[in-house]
Design a protein around this ligand. Structure first.
Ligand code: GLY
Length: 371
């Protein structure tokens, strides 16, 4: 049983079915309707790198390297595109302070052996002519690409069904049922009880809050809100080729004239309202760097909830505190990036292989659960 049909839950279900397991996926909504459907889809282990999270960096790099084959396999299995683009990323500084910060970021990445380069403003503007003349410095991460998470989720749902996975959208999990000290079933909001041997919790920020899971087996996952805008150039593609990141945001071109502009980072519980302030600030900051975005059509505003753990790394694998309970959650800013490697690790563990990574859900045993 997989609880949650986001990009992580679907990828786990697909890979588990590929190992011959019988898989049912429950989601209270449609596949990809949560954070996956809001996400911009940056595959950015290099530009998101943090020196304090080296295991996470390694996991991200491994997953980024898996994405091309994952996308190709998904295309073959589903007949659908994922929108994977080898576009690379430019990180741009607007003033002297940001340029100094970028130098430090560059130095850190060079020290970690990551592929990055310093780009002078003139070269940055030759590469991306839509950039404003105010650009002070840029950093190029040629291996940080992007995918369209909505397309990827749609492809995963079809690939799952073709692999024999049963998808049940519109089915809310009310309780994980524990009997004789192990997971025995899942009870739905309509009172149905569905037996299972293992329950993989891939329910985003709700993963830490499912009723029925004993306190000792919970992982502390909290929602980190991200507001995002979807823009479209009526003139078609061409305004930007690469992902452009800046202090406080990013622009992710889809290659068809659509551009995603994100995102806020807010600790506001399960609130998914879109605020005028966020829309204003995202547009103001992005337009300072790429003035042309103000000509675009604003097609959509949305807010999603990133599932964050106390150390920002995911919780992957079987709980040591409750037999049959498996976590695939807590991917915070990197769920789309980490979906391929998460799915491999979870499917391997479900198939009985020993765990060989440090992202055990048991590492939070003494944290207690954060609301
Ligand atoms: N990975 C980008 C974000 O979470 O906003």
């Amino acid at each position: 049983m997989v609880v949650g049909a986001g990009v992580v839950g679907l990828a786990c279900a697909w890979r588990a079915a590929g190992r011959g397991l019988s898989v049912l996926v429950l989601d209270r909504d449609e596949p990809g309707a949560g954070a996956s459907g809001v996400a911009a889809g940056m595959l950015a282990p290099v530009t998101e790198a943090d020196a304090a999270e080296l295991d996470l960096l390694a996991l991200g790099i491994e997953s980024a390297q898996r994405w091309p084959d994952f996308a190709q396999e998904l295309r073959e299995a589903s007949g659908l595109e994922t929108g994977y683009r080898r576009c690379g990323t430019l990180v741009v500084a607007r003033d002297r302070d940001e340029a100094e910060a970028l130098e430090r970021e560059l130095e850190l990445r060079e020290r970690l052996g990551l592929r990055v380069g310093r780009v002078l403003p003139s070269a940055a503007r030759r590469a991306e002519p839509a950039l404003a003349p105010t650009v002070r410095l840029a950093l190029e991460a040629p291996d940080d690409h992007a995918v369209d998470p909505r397309l990827a989720c749609a492809a995963l749902a079809v690939a799952c069904e073709r692999a024999g996975v049963v998808l049940r959208p519109g089915t809310e999990v009310a309780e994980v049922v524990v009997r004789d000290g192990r997971v025995a079933a899942v009870a739905t909001a309509t009172g149905e009880r569905i037996a299972c041997r293992r329950a993989v919790i891939a329910a985003g920020p709700w993963s830490g809050h499912l009723p029925g899971i004993p306190e000792a087996a919970r992982v502390p996952v909290r929602p980190v809100k991200g507001q995002i805008l979807r823009l479209r150039d009526p003139a078609g593609p061409g305004l930007l080729e690469r992902v452009v990141r800046f202090e406080g945001g990013y622009l992710v071109p889809r290659g068809d004239g659509r551009i995603v502009l994100g995102a806020t980072m807010e600790e506001r519980g399960f609130d998914t309202s879109v605020t005028a302030l966020a829309v204003y600030e995202l547009l103001r900051d992005a337009a300072e760097l790429v003035p042309g975005i103000l000509e675009l059509v604003l097609e959509e505003t949305a807010a999603g909830l990133r599932p964050a753990t106390p150390d920002n790394a995911p919780a992957l694998g079987a709980s040591g505190a409750l037999e049959g309970l498996v976590y695939a959650t807590g991917h915070h800013r990197n769920g789309v990036l980490l979906a391929p490697v998460t799915a491999e690790l979870i499917a391997a563990e479900l198939a009985g292989e020993p765990r060989a990574h440090p992202f055990s859900p048991d590492r939070f045993a003494h944290h207690g659960v954060t609301a």
